[in-house]
Structure formats: structure tokens, C-alpha cells
Design a protein around this ligand. Structure first.
Ligand code: CA
Ligand code: CA
Ligand code: CA
Ligand code: CA
Length: 545
């Protein structure tokens, strides 16, 4: 082989080595990936820092589209809704990468001509870095310093790595008054004793740690301040740890809300976090939906949710999602209830329900438990390094009791092994592209002009929505923060409108819905009719009377 070829080959191997992602990206790797997209696709992207967090990290916003992006109907994609869901940040950045890598194809070109994507890959960068820290634990709070137990001291009692393995797992303490017992089919797992069945608990469990400030509470106020997903206005869980001093108290929460309220072109928000109305859609709750303060999705919006959920399940094809309830102060609820947009959320991945492997003499569980299911799944996947065997330690707060530390690694049960991330990214990108295909789109059809004598012309037409999604959510229709479809007749000074409104605002136009309008105009010459809204795009027609 020539020297040149050898050098090329070496360079190629070297390049593929530095390019091949082998694990979840940390903050600086995410930043590099986003910058690389902005450099490679300058015509189709705009990258900017929305704000810096208390921890000094940029909240990146990558806008993808073409032309005047803020004037086109838009989808918002948000990752890092919770700092421990790293998969969500990967799905958001990966979507941007997939979309842009495909941007030379006709279908994506067409898509980017009519849709804008506002991608916020990571709303919790301060918290997420804990995954990469010397002591690894699931954290959601940003770098704001808080006094979670209101004892006048801040961050005085966090988690402690008692067995020195660099991660925070669980700690179990033998106790005759403990509430937990070992799982009947897997002694590595603890489950709550069922008192109604006469069962007795023998263990108490805690996160790994000690009562550093000796106030009687364990790990009650560690590093990690306010949770992005607890800091929003809808059902803000005031006075609970992580919620912030008040709703929207945090820089990143405030910046996102301020930004989105100005983007009237956004028709749907897709976020990646613990909430889920994609693999399992919401059901209609008439009582809660008809209260004065609406506490559940309105009926028409539930139907849309169901349609979008079908789309998701076809694109992503995952079953048996764990039940998830919005905890209050969460972004996903805010996007629907206070922003008035369709709001969709998915964790993106969860541990599949795992059948026993009969070749390994495994039997069906007599008691369903997420951790037991995880361990069975992990062993079938040959993942053997995510469980720390329980190990006896000396604990200063329980010197007379037997304390063991161990359990499943932090992050393992909510973030998939990295090797399947690319496939999940592909499926979710596919879903987002298809969802954009459901975008509301306004058109004017069936135009008819009839001369009816006396210089009068009757104009009739239909305003239609060519998209599957309604022009606005039903809840949004009631909100001042949504701009509805405006229909405007522009007449010459010599023309006058005898009947019909010169300017009118329509209610939400359902998917594939239409509304007929008519006017009686006196005079001759040209007139124009404009119809449109930020979420549907607009159309203008010229009529010669
Ligand atoms: Ca404190
Ligand atoms: Ca540990
Ligand atoms: Ca304490
Ligand atoms: Ca304390």
C-alpha cells in the first residue's frame, strides 16, 4: 500500500474514532454537536443561547427551517425537561441531526419550506451534568442554591457515597418496624410489605447517605436547587422542594416562557420527559374538563391526542409504558393549559415488560415490580454492570443496626443502553416529521362571484383547513395568547361592503374542516381577500368585480 493510502486510511480510522459517539453527550459535547449543525447548515439553522442558567450553562435554542422562519407554523421540541432523562436530550439533538442530514431530499426540503422547528435540546444542563460527575446520582435541580427544608442552611445535607463506588444507590436497614420486605422472586429487590395481607416489613430504605447536619432527616437538602419541571405556573407545587420560591422563578423557565408567548406560530409542543400522552393517550374527563378552571383536556383536544398517539405508536412501536401523572408545575401541562397549544410528551424509552426466559429456569413473577422487571430484562440483555450487590457498611446514624448499600444504578431504569439510542432517535424523528405532516394549513376554495344586478356582486367561498390538526387547540381558542384565523376584505374607495364583515375572526377550524363565508359588495374593480393565522399560514386571493 502506498504511503499516501496508508495515511488516508489512518486518518479515516482516526476520524471515525473521534466521531463515533459511544455514550450520552455531556453539556460540552452537546454544545459541540449543535455548533457543528449550525456550521454545516447555515441556511437552515439559527443557533443561539436563550439564556445562561444559574450554573453558567447556555440554554441552546436551535431553530430549523427556511426563509423567514418565525412566520411559518412551528413545532417546538424540548429535551432535558428533567435532568435525569438524558435520553430526552439525545432525542431532541438527534432529531435535529437527522432532519438536517436529510435536508437535501425533496420531502424534507418541502417540509422545511412550510414548517419551522424550535428545538430546545436541554432545559436542565446544570442537573444533567451529575450523570458525568465523580459521584453519579439522578438529579433534577439546577444550580440555584436553595434551603429545601427551610432550616436556615443551604445544601447542608446531600447524598453520600458510603461504599465509595462513585454512584448513589440505595441503603437498606434491618428494622423490625421497616415497611419493606424482600421480593418473593428476587431477593435483590425490596418491595413494600402488604399490611392488609398480614405481611410484616423487615427493612427501611433510604437513598445512600447520612444525616450530615443531625437534624433527624436524611439527605433532605443537597446540591440541586430548582427543577425545571416543577417551576411552571399550572398547578405549581408551591413550598415543596425543587419547585422554586414562586412559579417561573428560574432564569431558564422565565426565558422559555417569555420566548414562547411571543411565538404565535407554534401549534404544538413535543417534550421528552417522564410525562406520557403519546404511547397512551389521555381519556376525556368530563367533570374536570368542564370546571370553571379547566383541569383536563377538552373533548376535541382529547380526540386529537388520540390521533397523534396512533401516529406515535406506529412510528415508535413501544408498549407497556409505566403510568405517569403530571406532577404540577410541569412543562407539559403548562404548554396545554397555560400556553393553549397541543402538548405531547413521552419518556422516549422505558424498560420493556419482560417475559421469563424458560431456558434459564426463570418463572413468571408472583409480584410485579419495576425493579425486578428491570433486573430480569437487563440479564436477558447481558447488561450485568448496573447492579451493585448489597454490601454491609458501618453507618454513623445506625451504629447498632445492620446497614447494607447497593441496588440498581442511578439512571439505568429510565435511560436506555446507549447502543439503542440511534434507533430511538430515528423512530422519534420519523414521528416528528409525520406530526409536522398533520400541521394545520389554511386554503381558500370554492370561490364564486355572482352579479346580482344594481352593481352588486355576491362573493362566496370556503375557508378550509387542509391539515389533520385543528387550526388551534380548543382550549387555545379561549385564550388571548393564541391568534385565531383572521379574514379580511380589502376594498377600493369606490367599493362598499353591503353585507358580510370586512374583518372577522373565526373559531378554531377542525382538521379537514371548512367554513363558508359570503359578502355582498357594491362597485367594480379589484378587491383582495386575505385569510390566515400564525399557526395555519395564510392565503390571499384577488377578485375582479
Ligand atoms: Ca437546609
Ligand atoms: Ca455508592
Ligand atoms: Ca439532615
Ligand atoms: Ca437540614
Amino acid at each position: 500500500m502506498s504511503k499516501f493510502l496508508t495515511t488516508c486510511l489512518f486518518l479515516l480510522i482516526f476520524l471515525s474514532f473521534i466521531n463515533a459517539q459511544t455514550g450520552y453527550s455531556n453539556y460540552s459535547q452537546q454544545t459541540a454537536r449543535l455548533n457543528s449543525l449550525a456550521r454545516t447548515y447555515p441556511q437552515l439553522t439559527k443557533l443561539h443561547s436563550l439564556i445562561k442558567t444559574a450554573g453558567g450553562k447556555d440554554i441552546w435554542q436551535l431553530t430549523i427551517g427556511s426563509g423567514n422562519m418565525d412566520t411559518k407554523p412551528a413545532l417546538v421540541v424540548v429535551g432535558g425537561v428533567e435532568g435525569n432523562y438524558l435520553i430526552g436530550t439525545e432525542l431532541a439533538i438527534g432529531f435535529a441531526e437527522n432532519l438536517l442530514q436529510g435536508s437535501a431530499t425533496d420531502s424534507i426540503k418541502t417540509l422545511l419550506n412550510k414548517t419551522t422547528f424550535y428545538v430546545f435540546p436541554n432545559m436542565s444542563p446544570d442537573a444533567m451534568e451529575q450523570y458525568f460527575a465523580a459521584i453519579k446520582y439522578e438529579r433534577q435541580g439546577n444550580a440555584t442554591i436553595t434551603d429545601d427544608d427551610r432550616d436556615g442552611k443551604t445544601n447542608e445535607d446531600g447524598l453520600d457515597d458510603l461504599d465509595g463506588n462513585g454512584k448513589i444507590t440505595m441503603m437498606r436497614i434491618e428494622s423490625p418496624v421497616g415497611e419493606y420486605k424482600t421480593h418473593p422472586d428476587d431477593p435483590r429487590v425490596l418491595v413494600k410489605a402488604d399490611l392488609s395481607k398480614g405481611e410484616k416489613g423487615t427493612f427501611a430504605i433510604y437513598m445512600e447517605g447520612i444525616d450530615n447536619d443531625k437534624d433527624g432527616a436524611m439527605n433532605e437538602d443537597g446540591e440541586g436547587g430548582v427543577w425545571f419541571n416543577k417551576n411552571f405556573t399550572y398547578k405549581h407545587p408551591s413550598f415543596t422542594p425543587g419547585s422554586g420560591e414562586f412559579a417561573v422563578s428560574e432564569l431558564e423557565t422565565r426565558a422559555l416562557v417569555d420566548y414562547l408567548y411571543e411565538q404565535f406560530n407554534v401549534y404544538a409542543v413535543v417534550s421528552f420527559g417522564s410525562n406520557n400522552n403519546l404511547s397512551t393517550p389521555l381519556t376525556y374527563n368530563a367533570t374536570a374538563a368542564t370546571q370553571t378552571i379547566v383541569a383536563a383536556w377538552l373533548q376535541q383536544d382529547v380526540k386529537i391526542n388520540s390521533m397523534v398517539s396512533d401516529l406515535y405508536n406506529k412510528a415508535v412501536n413501544v408498549k407497556d409504558a409505566p403510568a405517569a401523572n403530571a406532577g404540577g408545575g410541569d412543562f407539559y401541562s403548562w404548554a396545554y393549559f397555560h400556553y393553549g397549544r397541543y402538548s405531547f410528551s413521552t419518556p422516549g424509552w422505558w424498560v420493556p415488560k419482560t417475559k421469563p426466559d424458560t431456558t434459564k429456569q426463570e418463572k413468571a413473577f408472583t409480584l410485579e415490580d419495576p425493579m425486578a422487571n428491570y433486573l430480569r430484562w437487563a440479564s436477558q440483555q447481558d447488561i450485568t454492570n448496573t447492579f451493585t450487590p448489597w454490601k454491609l457498611i458501618q453507618h454513623p446514624d445506625f451504629s447498632n443496626q445492620k446497614v447494607v448499600v447497593g441496588g440498581v444504578d442511578p439512571f439505568a431504569m429510565i435511560n436506555p443502553p446507549y447502543k439503542i439510542v440511534a434507533d430511538l432517535v430515528k423512530k422519534h424523528s420519523n414521528f416528528l416529521v409525520k406530526l409536522a405532516g398533520y400541521q394545520p394549513e389554511l386554503d381558500i376554495v370554492n370561490l364564486k362571484t355572482e352579479k346580482i344586478g344594481g352593481g352588486l356582486t355576491r362573493i362566496t367561498l370556503d375557508i378550509i383547513n387542509k391539515g389533520a390538526l385543528a387550526s388551534h387547540s380548543k382550549l387555545g381558542e379561549r385564550s388571548y395568547w393564541v391568534k385565531r384565523i383572521n379574514v379580511k376584505l380589502n376594498t377600493l374607495a369606490t367599493q362598499s361592503v353591503i353585507s358580510g364583515k370586512k374583518i372577522q375572526v373565526l373559531n378554531a377550524l377542525e382538521g379537514y374542516g371548512s367554513q363558508s363565508l359570503s359578502w355582498l359588495v357594491k362597485g367594480s374593480g379589484k378587491l383582495t381577500i386575505e385569510a390566515g393565522s400564525p399557526t395555519t399560514g395564510g392565503k390571499t386571493i384577488i377578485i375582479d368585480l
